[in-house]
Write a protein that binds this ligand. Structure first.
Ligand SMILES: Nc1ncnc2c1ncn2[C@@H]1O[C@H](COP(=O)(O)OP(=O)(O)O)[C@@H](O)[C@H]1O
Ligand SMILES: [Mg+2]
Length: 271
């Protein structure tokens, strides 16, 4: 099914439920707003924060929203999207992001990382923010290295803000005894809840509105079914909503009704 056909059928000005929304176009559910506010607080306080949520709950989107509003002349944001790079890789990524050439031996790389982090603030007046996404993939030694880095200054203020974003297993892993020292340093913990049924309805309407349809295109029954099957998770709502649009088009309907939503559920769950 080509996007053009759907756009022509529904009169969309752009394909709805896409992933490329600018920060100011995002839907603001309670959970999104709270995640953005808390990540922002963690950044300002130079604290260590842990934000968890199920796959597709909107963690990465909320993180982008929180960092996009920061004054770029005063913040250096280091975003690590895939932490499965080993402990050395973690240091090397931070050094590279700060414009350095990572030293080969880890014994040299560690002080190089600490020095560059400190210089960013002391010499350039920049507030460093390290964000590790998919942080449930961090290996035990990497978690320990992160603790050491955030601890560089012991009792005075932490040299940078660090936000770990990951699936719910991240929270459980840090709770295990071996990470007690890291656990104690965590100033922010937030588990992103899914959207409520009403929010899912608003979410669908919001995406359709951005695509040029301000009228009601999904019936209440269809919305309720999509919410239930997607468990209020934005990415799953997107996938089901697109399939439902295709199903309604295929049966020549002007509105996405419950039958169209059921067809979408069958399509998605058969995959
Ligand atoms: N606040 C929001 N407004 C609009 N779309 C959103 C929002 N939050 C999530 N989404 C949609 O859901 C998808 C999944 O969100 P994402 O942040 O990647 O989930 P996670 O990182 O938790 O797996 C995004 O690609 C986007 O399409
Ligand atoms: Mg993500």
């Amino acid at each position: 099914m080509s996007i053009q056909i759907l756009q022509a059928h529904y009169g969309f000005t752009r394909m709805p439920f896409g992933r490329d929304l600018a920060p100011q176009m995002l839907h603001r559910s309670a959970s999104h707003n709270e995640a953005v506010a808390r990540i922002g607080w963690c950044i300002q306080e130079r604290a260590l924060g842990v934000v968890t949520g199920e796959v597709g709950s909107g963690k990465t989107v909320a993180t982008r929203a929180a960092t996009s509003s920061l004054d770029a002349s005063r913040h250096t944001i280091i975003y690590l999207g895939n932490p499965a790079i080993g402990a050395r890789g973690l240091y090397a990524a931070i050094v590279s992001a700060l414009g350095g050439v990572p030293r080969f031996h880890k014994a040299n790389l560690i002080p190089q990382t600490a020095d560059l982090l400190a210089a960013e603030e002391a010499e350039r007046g920049k507030h460093v923010v390290v964000i590790v996404d998919e942080a449930h993939l961090l290996a035990p030694d990497q978690l320990e290295e992160l603790r050491l880095l955030t601890n560089a200054d012991m009792d005075s203020h932490s040299p940078f803000a660090c936000v770990l974003i990951g699936q719910p297993t991240l929270r459980r892993r840090i709770k295990l005894g071996t990470f007690a020292a890291l656990d104690q340093r965590i100033a922010l913990r937030f588990a992103m809840p899914p959207m409520t049924p009403a929010e899912t309805g608003n979410y669908i309407a919001h995406h359709l509105n951005l695509a040029g349809r301000a009228d009601t295109l999904f019936s209440d029954d269809a919305t309720a079914l999509i919410h239930q099957v997607a468990r209020g998770l934005p990415r799953a709502v997107n996938n089901l909503a697109v399939q439902a649009l295709i199903a309604a088009y295929a049966t020549k309907k002007a509105i996405v009704d419950e039958t169209s939503a059921r067809a979408a559920v069958a399509e998605i769950t058969a995959e």
